[in-house]
Structure formats: structure tokens, C-alpha cells
Design a protein around this ligand. Sequence first.
Ligand code: KIV
Ligand code: ZN
Length: 388
Amino acid sequence: MSDKNKVHIFDTTLRDGEQVPGCQLNTAEKIQVAKALEELGVDIIEAGFPISSPGDFTSVVEISKAVSHPIICALTRAKKEDIDSAVESLKFAKRKRIHTGIGSSDIHIRHKFRSTREDVLKQGVEAVKYAKKFVEDVEFYAEDAGRADLPFLAKMIESVIAAGATVVNIPDTTGYCLPTEYGAKIKYLVDNVKNIDKAIISAHCHNDLGLATANSILGAINGARQIECTINGIGERAGNTSLEEVVMVIQSHKDLNLHTNVNTKRIYPISKLVSRLMRMTVQPNKAIVGKNAFAHSSGIHQDGFLKHRDTYEVINPVDVGVDKSLIVLTARSGRAALKHRLEALGYNVAKEELAELYSEFIVMADKEKQIEDEHLHILFDRFHAKVK
Ligand code: KIV
Ligand code: ZN
């Protein structure tokens, strides 16, 4: 597959993800996550925001030493002192990137920077030129691009590319855009920024309206070749685009003709690691990595699934590092599922016995809510004692 179809995976679990209250990691824990990200096959690790604290600075230094293959990226504002700190923190990185930028929407320009379009543009360009003195790979973020005026955004992007930016990040910082709108924004930049072929466009989407994954995918469909994401979708407020979701959308939809470098079998182990270290439980119905993502509990679904997996699963759990699908027994389950689980426990159930056993099972399931293996042993023993 040609490289122009490769979507670079930029993981920001250790920067945007780690900003979540209560999820802070110490340096040793960050190194553990960074090594797991390297094994997962991400292309870029955003290791921190070095000027923000001595702890963050040290983490970028130590991650740079510990990890060899992915590019190590450090975040800065469009300020010389931030860039100096990032340069210093990246000194041991084998492959390094500085991620600098400034607000691009009028809301940010007026209220956050109390500035003008002309001045923020100038500051952004100067930051890129300054960072470029130290590193070849400079990514520019146009913060709140999701709500920015399109012609102004295009002008900003063209200017920072002319100043040397190798990657241009178009963040939907507030998670406001609709997927079609975000996709159209990327297409507008592809069509209207004359030097756009000199840089990679990056999608950085937040999940405030639950659209981060859809927006990132629409970004890629329209020309973005880097997606910024986090493990389990953790991040500010409702979180960032979740890595496992975008990777599995790209892998499942061959029709998109896109690919990533991620070893999908490492997805579930790293999800568990991040959840444990950050003390952030994954919601049970979370796509790909939730406890119920491959669990089937209703009779109709279980019957279909047991006849042919593809009837109710679009991903084989083994492909994302989950052992197997689960057949959960509740009062909504059917005979096929009960027979399947009993057989897995070594019980052979004759056809005529199943109907009767099933009636007893339903009574038990109504009472117990979820039937576990211990319940099935009791059910089977009780049934056979009665029959004898
Ligand atoms: O959401 C955002 O705009 C960001 C930038 C700092 C890249 O995280
Ligand atoms: Zn962000």
C-alpha cells in the first residue's frame, strides 16, 4: 500500500490525556505508557508540555531516553521561552518534534489573547521560525480551528507552512464541529492553501458532542494524514478522539483505502494499563475496549452469533487483543446460549432435556439477574437429582 494513504497516529495520552484531573502520572508511569505506545506502533508520542512544570519537563527528557522509534513531541505556546524549554527537554530524543501554536478563532483571539488576527498570525509565524532554528520537524496548531473563519485559517496555515511547519494541526478544540463540517474544513484547506503539499494535515478533535472519532475520520477522508488521539479517548472534558476507535475504523473499512502502523493486538493490553495507572475506569459500553464490547446477552443476538460470528460482530475480539467474545446469560438469553455455556462446562444436554432445563434457568435468571458458571452447576445438579 502506498504511503500517501498512511494515517500517522499521534498519541497525546501523556499530554492532552494527562490533563484530566486525577489522572496525573509520575515519570516512571509515563515511561511505562510510552514504552507500551512504542510497542503498539504509534508514529508520534506527545510526551508533555515541558514549560508547564518541572515534572513534565523531566518526563519529556526521560521518555526521550527510553523510547527509540516514535517521534517524541513536546508542546509549547507560541513563545520563545516555551520553545527553549521544549528544545532542552528533547535533547536525548532520537527523532524529535516541537508542537507550537496559537488561537485561530475570533473568540480565542479576542477574549483569550485580547489581540487581533494580524498579531496572532505574526506570533504564530515567528514561533515556527524560532522552533525551526532547533528542529527540522515543527508542527503548528491553530487552536479552536473548528470555529475559525475559513479564509483566515487558510491564510494562517499557508503562512506557517511558508515559515517551515512540517505538520499543520487543525484542532476542533471545543468538539463543536459536525463531521461533514470538519471534513469540509480540511477539504477547504487542501483546495485553497497553495503550499499545502509541503505539510501533513493533522486532525485533533475533542469529544464534547460525542463526534470526535467521526470528525477525525472525515478529516482523513478529506486529506488529513495524521490523527491525534488518546488511549480510551481520555482527555479534557469529554475527552479526545480515542485511538482504538480511529484505528479500528480505518482497519475495518478497507474501502477507505487508508492504513496505520498500529499493531491492533496491543490495543486491549494498553487500554488496561492506561486505565489502571490513571485510575480511570473504562465505561462498559465503550467501543472496542469496554467490558461489554464483545458481550452478547439477548437470545436473538446469541443465537445468531453462535451460528456465525459476523451476524453480530464487525471486529474479531482477538484482533484487538481480547481473548474471546462473551456469551452473557440473563433472563433475556435463549436456549442456544444456555446449551452453549453448559457444553463449555462439560455438560451434555439432550434435546428433550433442554426445554425443561431452560424453564428452570429463566426462573433462576429472573432472580439472580446474571447467571455465572457456579449457578449453572447448581442448576444442572438440581435438574438431574429431580430427574433421577
Ligand atoms: O485542543 C487543542 O486545541 C489542543 C492544542 C493545544 C493542540 O490540545
Ligand atoms: Zn486538545
